[in-house]
Design a protein around this ligand. Sequence first.
Ligand code: HEM
Length: 482
Amino acid sequence: MSANLNQTNIEIDDPNFRAVFQNLQGNILKGHGRDHSRHIFFAFKGDSDQNQQVLNKLAEKVTSAEAQHQQQSSYKQTGQAHLFVNLMLSCSGYQQLGIAPKDWPDDPAFRAGMKDLQTPFDTLPRGGHTPTANPLNDDISQWESGFQGRIDGMLLLALGGMAPDHAERTLTAEVQALQQTYDDNLELLFVQRGHVMRNDKGQVIEHFGFVDGVSNPKFLFSDLNEEFRNGGYSRNDPSAPLNLVLVKDPGGNPDSYGSYVVYRKLQQNIKGFWDRLALLANHLSENSSSPIDAEYAGALCVGRFKDGTPVSEQGNDGWSNLFNNFSYDDDADGLRCPFHAHTRKTNPRGDTVRQFNSPPTIERSRRIVRRGISYGETELSPEQEWTDAGLLFMCMQASIVDQFIFMQHTWCNNAGFVRPGTGIDPLVGQAPADAAPPPQQWRSGWSNPNASTTDFSFAGFVKTQGGEYFFMPSLDFLQSLG
Ligand code: HEM
């Protein structure tokens, strides 16, 4: 029987998917789970034959979905840590391999590259949008120089399950070894170092101090079952069919699938963010009978408190703060969680159904699979603004145009989503370079229809330092090269 990509709740050892999962790269259906990583950006140096041979050799290092699962089982049994490796190519990478354009992955944004500010946005099967130049509102002149140049591919190495300095040293040695082995064939352009940060409960956090990585689509039944730790899934179904994240690999055999990867280096201004939250809290307190603190103002920005509790659910006791079993059905007017909150913009949990009568399946098909990791200093209360701290944002999807770009452009950057006057996402919304973002509306009381609302502009604490669109091909494709 061949693979059915509409299927949900499968298992990694499902015999019907064996050939697919042997051939599919890991980290797509399930995160690799390691706390330390290196993202090695490279450009090919040779002619197309030589470039193909290099890639064929590099393919030996890549971890398949099946191998990832075996590594996980072996780690549980023996405690032995394993290096995890992903390999992805940009469109220029396909060009350098001498592959004919008809055989490149066909997402228009992938083909254009992230630096192309004319990414066509009118070719959507699901949308019918008008063409938009620069859909992400990026200012590429401000990007780090490495990201401004040609990037052919990226190799992701990840390691965990050992002392942090041991993992770091091992990864540094791996990068050096790669540099030596491939010096004649690959230019290692630059390397990003990622590391997971945790709070005192061991939960993953990002640099503003909020618990991160809670809500993600779940492809495997065992992962869906894990949701019972976070309150179950009666009110929010995180399961997802494989075709949310997989597409046929045009270069592989009938069992070959790949996924598109969006990579963004997002610097965070931690001090600026918390100073502005203190101002917002003062502002809201002026109109409230009880004082409002910066932590609460932060929850109105993010949609969750720092400990992960959804702001829409804060009145309910007894749940894990990583609670994910909620929708906004009981908060249709945004009285508890503002429409502009980051988690509500990026996963409206029914808002588009209520506002636009859009079918629920369309909203669910916009979901992305987040696999990012923090970078830089670990200080969560720096004295300076714009320290070397941020998120190496990575997400995977079946369509960059219909999923990531739609989410960033039509939801986060759109002050009119989900209602006129909502404002942009205060965390990651980007207004056009020549326009100040309009203020968001903030309520001084929780779930109180009579609470006063104030306009306050909150934006600009996350800066894009660069990025690229990639395709993570099947192993079969990589092995067939050369
Ligand atoms: C959720 C932070 C960038 C999409 C979250 C959460 C936090 C967070 C704290 C809540 C925890 C969770 O549900 O996992 C950040 C920070 C960013 C950033 C600090 C930048 C530095 C982005 C970008 C996108 C995005 C660029 C996509 C355009 C999402 C999605 C969720 C999420 C889809 C899950 C929402 C849900 O299902 O409830 N983010 N994020 N994030 N973020 Fe971000």
